[in-house]
Write a protein that binds this ligand. Structure first.
Ligand code: ZN
Length: 215
């Protein structure tokens, strides 16, 4: 199965008619936050679904689209998987939105404790996966990185310890995040942590997963 992952940056290669030629064979798109909604909608329109995503900390786009009826507006045709597990063609995928809390913006920022609680709330679904499918989770998409992996010193770009705990206990094959901008080709964007490959998808990545053996 071919997966396209995107975050943080509108890529001209993707936001153009060339997307069909270059990524037409993609089976699934995963969005790791801080992208304008028109971009996600463009991708899902051109490639077809599904597109699972989480919201990043830069929620200005969201706030601007705050509707008079006090309802959040989200990108059409895409599925927000924050705080839940979905199954697509046997792949078990979960999402956790937002970044470390660094100012008073009420939305899409979490303290370590709040994120630990969000992870805790996933546990029943993960345990059910284990019973039904023999494993807890295949892919976790997040906006922020795990603590100590691709993260940075400043509060905003510090990673979550709760993501490490999740990897320790539930061993997903992948944790795919954004948030940490990559400016140099020497920057590390792939790290193996225990049984999980941690990928920073800043911009975009493609990834092949052989799901043949999955239940
Ligand atoms: Zn961010």
């Amino acid at each position: 199965m071919k997966i396209l992952t995107v975050s943080d940056k509108v890529e001209q290669l993707i936001y153009s008619p060339a997307i069909k030629r270059l990524f037409g064979d993609v089976d699934l798109v995963l969005g790791c936050g801080d992208l304008p909604f028109y971009y996600l909608e463009y991708i899902v329109t051109m490639l077809g679904g599904p597109l699972f995503y989480v919201i990043g900390n830069h929620a200005n786009a969201v706030r601007k689209q705050y509707a008079p009826r006090q309802e959040w507006q989200y990108p059409g045709g895409c599925e927000n998987i924050d705080g839940r597990v979905v199954r697509y063609r046997k792949l078990l995928i979960a999402g956790l939105e937002g970044s470390m809390r660094y100012n008073q913006n009420p939305f899409f920022q979490y303290t370590e404790r709040e994120m630990a609680w969000k992870v805790w709330r996933l546990v029943p679904s993960l345990v059910l996966n284990r019973l039904l499918h023999g494993r807890y989770l295949d892919i976790l998409i997040t906006h922020a990185p795990p603590f100590g992996i691709h993260d940075q010193e400043d509060r905003c770009h510090q990673g979550f310890r709760a993501f490490r705990t999740l990897m320790d206990r539930f061993r997903p094959s992948y944790l795919i995040h954004g948030h940490v901008h990559v400016y140099s080709p020497t920057e590390i964007t792939e790290t193996i942590y225990r049984q999980t490959k941690v990928l920073n998808t800043y911009g975009y990545r493609t990834l092949e997963i052989d799901g043949g053996h999955l239940e």
